[in-house]
Design a binder for this molecule. Structure first.
Ligand SMILES: NC(=O)c1ccc[n+]([C@@H]2O[C@H](COP(=O)([O-])OP(=O)(O)OC[C@H]3O[C@@H](n4cnc5c(N)ncnc54)[C@H](OP(=O)(O)O)[C@@H]3O)[C@@H](O)[C@H]2O)c1
Length: 304
């Protein structure tokens, strides 16, 4: 289908939303951003008000309650934002025309697979965040069967929000040893790369469900070790621990690598390897910090 302008990016002040709005504008598209200070997707009237104000041709929903541990203790809020929110947006689009692009997550899977999850694999989330996001996907499919694109992604890092890369760099300023989980595997994904991919999917009018991540995969421990190495903080040791040792409130899938073959077929090429994206990210932030990113990514060859 044709995803028409103007694009309304809902959640535009978040990590992905900020990069996405910038990318749409850079590509010369008419795009407007709204966030929680202007729209509350949990409330139908608020969604309708924003729609009336902006007359969007396409809504791109990147708003979500992304605090995975917080979702366990605030279950009702998680379902309101992550399930009722996209349903409200889908109903609005179904009444007024246009299309909906909606972001979802690897956490809709249980993590017991041994090979990458495909788009049609059965959802079976293990925590409240994943359950609420899975319900959101189902509502979007029910309400807008032919006019949606659901993009599942994972392990985002980027310039505009709290994320794992920043957490590791921050911890490395004060600690000699970092203990990081080594029994969860996924694909770290650079928000700016994902933003570019979303624009390509829009341009191609792709509907249905698509998995989009950077190439390659890693455990959190492997990812942390790469961050420390690339940032030139070699004095910091990164030790592997188990998920159980870390003892976070929310259960998480152990293996949630997403199969991106469909995306590659649709746009003709995969996103770059996460190690190359990490180097790019670290180089971009060098201006503001004391960390320095190496430019040689050759060592990534053959790694996960
Ligand atoms: N981050 C990841 O690793 C990851 C992985 C897989 C999938 N995803 C998905 O990718 C999308 C973007 O994630 P992200 O990390 O960019 O999220 P984010 O940084 O948390 O941004 C989400 C934005 O939505 C806003 N928001 C929250 N509740 C809202 C509501 N009721 N109405 C309107 N806006 C609301 C947030 O405001 P506040 O900050 O004030 O709450 C925030 O500005 C989400 O759908 C997420 O589920 C993310």
């Amino acid at each position: 289908m044709e995803f028409r302008e103007p694009f309304l990016v809902v959640g535009s002040k978040g990590m992905l939303g900020t990069d996405l709005l910038a990318r749409l504008c850079d590509c010369g598209k008419k795009a407007i951003g709204v966030d929680i200070d202007e729209i509350d997707i949990r409330r139908r009237e608020s969604v309708a008000d924003a729609a009336a104000r902006y007359a969007a041709g396409t809504i791109i929903n990147v708003a979500a309650m992304t605090d995975v541990d917080g979702c366990e203790s605030r279950r009702e809020e998680a379902f309101e934002v992550n399930a009722q929110g996209p349903a409200n947006l889908a109903e609005l689009v179904s009444e007024g025309g246009g299309g909906l692009i909606h972001l979802s997550t690897d956490y809709v899977f249980n993590g017991r697979a041994r090979s990458p999850y495909g788009e049609t694999d059965r959802m079976d989330p293990v925590g409240i965040y994943g359950k609420s996001k899975a319900r959101g996907e189902m509502r979007v499919r029910e309400i807008l069967p032919d006019r949606h694109c659901i993009v599942r992604t994972q392990w985002l890092f980027g310039r505009h929000g709290k994320n794992f890369v920043e957490a590791i760099l921050e911890a490395a300023k004060t600690r000699d040893v970092l203990r990081v989980v080594d029994d969860q595997r996924g694909s770290p994904t650079y928000a700016a790369d994902l933003a570019g991919a979303l624009v390509e999917l829009c341009d191609k009018g792709v509907t249905g469900t698509v998995h989009v991540t950077n190439s390659g995969n890693a455990t959190w421990h492997e990812f942390a070790a790469a961050i420390i190495e690339q940032a030139g903080a070699g004095n910091v040791r990164v030790e592997p621990i188990t998920t159980e040792e870390l003892g976070r409130p929310a259960p998480r899938p152990a293996y949630s690598v997403l199969d991106t073959a469909k995306f590659v077929r649709l746009v003709g090429k995969p996103l770059r390897h996460w190690r190359a994206a990490l180097v790019h990210y670290l180089n971009e932030r060098t201006r503001n910090t004391g960390f320095f990113a190496k430019t040689d990514t050759g060592s990534s060859k053959g790694r996960p």
